[in-house]
Write a protein that binds this ligand. Structure first.
Ligand code: NAG
Ligand code: NAG
Ligand code: NAG
Ligand code: NAG
Ligand code: NAG
Ligand code: NAG
Ligand code: NAG
Ligand code: NAG
Ligand code: NAG
Ligand code: NAG
Ligand code: NAG
Ligand code: NAG
Length: 753
């Protein structure tokens, strides 16, 4: 009984201790005074705009500071985790200064980068084994030399910290280092890599983006690294040209001795001859081989033939023309292969048949998009039962998609867009219960689609099938099994009835059912769909009736229908609105000025060729973002409103073919970005404004034809350096054509009278 109690007590103690050490990794130990001072000094020289290091308070236990980890027993600082790890992989991609890509998350992320200087005081941390400063911004500094004397380091991550200049050779003294990541510092350079051979424990080396043009000894160095498993040389070797200098080829052959290598990425370099890479065939433990964008040409086969451990092979963005039938034969572990963006000019069946038989149930991803593959898809496609991603787009593949596609029950993405599948879609497609992304756009498909084609597509999120000759008229009571986010069926035969099944799409963000022979009134449920649209395109149908309000969406395209009545009410999300070629009537002012919602995001407004009447309203200061305004071919009257001059971002202003009269207001001279100004076919009077030439220096098209402008042509027009089209014909202009017209660059079209 007693024994049980004791052991139970002991068990509780263990749990308690675990909880304490879990919550508070450095319990019971205090940091060492000299190390605390070293860290404080290190902090002093950093720039910490977002105050990430606010917990680094003097006088407190530095083992509690954020990013600092001490040895639980000795109290020595052993790890410094000061790297930034963004949850969104794209966040680093765009340039920080690019205002068009600013978002609050990105701003916060960039603010939290540490900057400043790395103080020598760090070398006081004699037991530091882990140092991660990745993704901070030490813009332009060189790696401090003293890092080479921090002999305890086993992990050093200086990835993407904007260090520049030469990599110090004494890093080679860090003989305990397992991981060295110096990747993505585009201004690094190294004249030699001899020092790398000192890193005898190294398993992982990333020198992506460093300039190794001069480091001709890089392979001599790396082949002395018996433990090396991962090697990243993305964009490093700028050019290796065997034809002009045999030496580099010999150096490359040194790679064959790094037999431990499992991961090799040489993407975005330039190997002018495939035979330069023949040594690859000895890396028989290689699992990942990245040769993207390395200028491989022609027939690159032999080098990969024996790499039987390969799981990932990326040969995309090269100029390959042929895949030798036997060269993939022994790649029995292949899971992902990317051959996209080459010039492979073979029958697609040859490619499918050359995929290794022994990896039939392993292959998960095959991308052969953007090549010149022809012929029909073979039935064998159905044998790759674990295939999840299949992209064949942008080739010249013809004939039907084989029925055996139904066997690919793991398929998540099928992209056959931009081919010549001059057949119909097989119904068996409807059995792919895991399919999320189906793109069959622009591929000459024809025939009837039925509900059966979708019978089991429960997970479909994206269905793109525009520009085919397909007919789809399901039973009006059909409820689709999927909830798509994006549906594009442009140029299908869908009408005359509005597709009822769309009312069950609760996640729809993009919808294109343009050119689809749909007539009648848009059903009421469509306006009440609860989804937040981004893009709606119903253009080029025969839709009728009045529209009282537009659905919430950034882009709405209702062009070329038969809509009548006043302009619909819009909402503040609207950026691009196309209403041209309809029968909308009444005035513009309700739409623009009297609405309670501000259209302050509006970028494009096209209401050309409707029956609008009344005056152009005078409230344009409410649309500060407007870049394109087309009110042509209506029945607008009155003067051109002065507030149009507040559209400071406008590039195209078309008011042609209305009944506008009076003078052109001088406020238009503020529209400095204007490229197209078309005021033709109105009743405008006064003289041709001289500021056309003074202020609107970007004008490419100036059309004032068929008005009542008087007086002479101002000389200033000659300063319009970009002008391609000038039409001043059918006015009451007197006087001679200015002499300076001979200085105008040749115009595509030029009419004066
Ligand atoms: C020190 O504490 C950490 C955090 O609780 C724990 O993961 C680690 O195992 C401990 N180390 C030792 C040597 O006890
Ligand atoms: C270094 O840090 C970067 C960015 O946080 C990360 O992506 C990378 O995997 C790290 N390198 C190593 C070897 O852990
Ligand atoms: C490191 O800090 C000390 C004292 O704060 C300072 O004198 C020295 O210049 C600094 N060195 C570097 C390289 O920043
Ligand atoms: C460190 O490396 C440098 C340069 O490679 C070398 O000159 C120096 O002797 C090395 N120092 C030690 C202590 O190994
Ligand atoms: C790499 O360095 C060489 C000289 O060492 C220079 O000529 C070349 O322009 C550099 N390449 C890049 C991409 O900076
Ligand atoms: C590769 O290793 C072999 C045997 O260990 C050696 O003879 C050969 O010189 C090495 N090759 C290169 C290029 O270093
Ligand atoms: C491709 O290269 C291999 C090996 O060099 C050769 O056997 C084959 O005939 C070549 N194929 C073509 C089509 O050039
Ligand atoms: C591939 O392996 C076979 C047998 O192991 C061997 O005969 C052949 O030379 C190797 N090919 C290459 C290119 O290394
Ligand atoms: C489809 O799968 C079945 C069984 O899973 C198999 O018998 C048949 O051969 C496969 N068809 C094709 C064309 O791969
Ligand atoms: C499809 O195109 C291929 C190649 O152009 C042609 O051989 C075949 O007869 C066509 N099939 C149909 C049904 O039009
Ligand atoms: C498509 O269906 C229509 C009406 O059901 C029918 O008249 C037509 O022949 C079918 N077309 C094809 C290619 O099956
Ligand atoms: C255009 O408006 C005028 C009045 O401003 C009116 O007399 C005329 O009938 C209208 N024309 C059309 C086609 O609506």
């Amino acid at each position: 009984m007693r024994a049980v109690t004791i052991s139970l007590f002991g068990f509780l103690l263990v749990i308690a201790a675990t909880i304490i050490s879990f919550c508070d990794g450095n319990s019971n130990v205090l940091c060492i005074e000299s190390e605390r001072q070293a860290l404080s000094k290190f902090k002093q020289h950093l720039i910490d705009r977002s105050n990430r290091l606010s917990s680094w308070v003097e006088g407190e236990d530095c083992c509690e500071w954020v990013g600092v980890f001490c040895n639980n027993f000795t109290g020595h600082v052993k790890e410094l985790h000061l790297g930034l790890h963004s949850s969104s992989p794209d966040i680093e991609l765009d340039d920080e200064r690019d205002v068009y890509f600013q978002s609050p998350e990105r701003n916060a992320y960039f603010r939290s980068k540490l900057g400043g200087k790395i103080n020598l005081s760090l070398i006081e941390l004699k037991h530091l084994s882990f140092l991660d400063l990745s993704n901070n911004d030490f813009g332009g500094l060189a790696i401090p030399e003293f890092i080479g004397s921090m002999k305890s380091l086993t992990y050093l991550n200086l990835s993407s910290v904007k260090f520049s200049r030469a990599i110090p050779h004494n890093l080679g003294n860090l003989s305990k280092l397992h991981y060295l990541d110096l990747g993505h510092n585009s201004f690094f350079e190294a004249k030699t890599l001899q020092w790398v051979s000192g890193l005898s424990s190294l398993q992982y080396l990333d020198l992506s983006d460093a300039n190794l043009t001069k480091a001709t000894d890089w392979l001599q160095a790396t082949h002395k690294l018996p433990s090396l498993v991962e090697l990243h040389f993305l964009r490093s070797i700028v050019s290796i040209d065997l034809s002009s200098n045999g030496v580099e080829g010999v150096i490359l052959n040194g790679f064959q001795n790094i037999s431990s290598l499992k991961f090799l990425d040489l993407s975005w370099n330039s190997f002018s001859s495939s035979s330069t890479l023949i040594w690859l065939s000895n890396l028989n433990r290689l699992q990942f081989l990245g040769l993207r964008g390395v200028s491989l040409q022609g027939n690159f086969s032999i080098a990969i033939r024996n790499l039987s451990s390969l799981t990932h092979l990326d040969l995309s963005d090269n100029q390959l023309e042929i895949i030798e039938p036997k060269c993939l034969e022994s790649l029995c572990n292949l899971r992902e292969m990317d051959l996209s963006n080459n010039g492979i000019d073979q029958e697609v069946s040859e490619i499918i048949e050359s995929l290794p038989r022994c990896s039939l149930d392993r292959l998960e991803s095959l991308n052969v998009a953007s090549n010149q593959l022809s012929g029909c898809l073979p039935d064998q496609l159905g044998q790759f039962i674990n295939l999840a991603y299949l992209s064949l787009s942008g080739n010249s593949i013809s004939g039907p998609i084989p029925f055996s596609i139904a066997n690919l029950s793991s398929l998540k993405l099928l992209d056959v867009a931009y081919n010549r599948l001059n057949a119909t879609l097989p119904q068996s497609l409807g059995q792919l219960g895991n399919l999320e992304h189906l793109d069959v756009s622009n591929t000459m498909l024809e025939g009837n689609i039925s509900e059966m084609h979708f019978s089991n597509l429960k997970r479909l999120r994206l269905f793109w099938a525009s520009n085919n000759m397909l007919t789809f008229k399901p039973n009006p009571s059909w409820i689709p099994p999927f909830h798509c986010e994006s549906i594009k069926l442009r140029s299908w035969h869908i009408g005359p009835q509005f597709p009822q099944w769309l009312q069950f799409q609760k996640n729809l963000s993009v919808l294109d059912i343009s050119h689809a022979e749909i007539s009648g009134v848009i059903p009421i449920w469509f306006w009440n769909l609860s989804t937040q649209f981004d893009h709606i395109n119903l253009s080029y149908n025969h839709l009728i009736g009045e529209i009282s309000y537009l659905p919430k969406s950034r882009t709405v395209d209702l062009m070329s229908n038969l809509f009548t009545g006043p302009l619909p009410r819009a909402n503040s999300h609207l950026e691009f609105l196309f209403l041209s070629k309809n029968l909308f009537s009444g005035s513009l002012s309700n739409f623009l000025c009297n609405s309670s919602t501000k259209l302050d995001a509006l970028d494009l407004l096209d209401i050309e060729s409707n029956l609008l009447s009344g005056e152009i309203p005078d409230c344009w200061e409410n649309q500060p973002m407007l870049g394109v305004l087309n009110l042509g071919n209506n029945n607008l009257t009155g003067k051109i409103s002065r507030s149009l001059g507040s559209l400071r971002n406008i590039m195209s202003l078309k008011l042609r073919t209305n009944n506008l009269f009076g003078e052109v207001p001088s406020t238009l001279q503020h529209l400095a970005y204007m490229v197209i100004l078309d005021l033709s076919e109105n009743q405008l009077t006064g003289s041709i404004p001289a500021w056309n030439g003074d202020k609107l220096l970007n004008l490419v098209v100036l059309n004032l034809r068929s008005n009542k402008f008087q007086a002479h042509i101002p000389d200033q027009i000659c300063s319009l350096n970009s002008l391609h089209f000038l039409d001043l014909g059918y006015n009451n202009i007197s006087g001679a054509i200015p002499k300076c017209f001979s200085n105008l660059k040749p115009l595509d079209q030029f009419y004066v009278l």
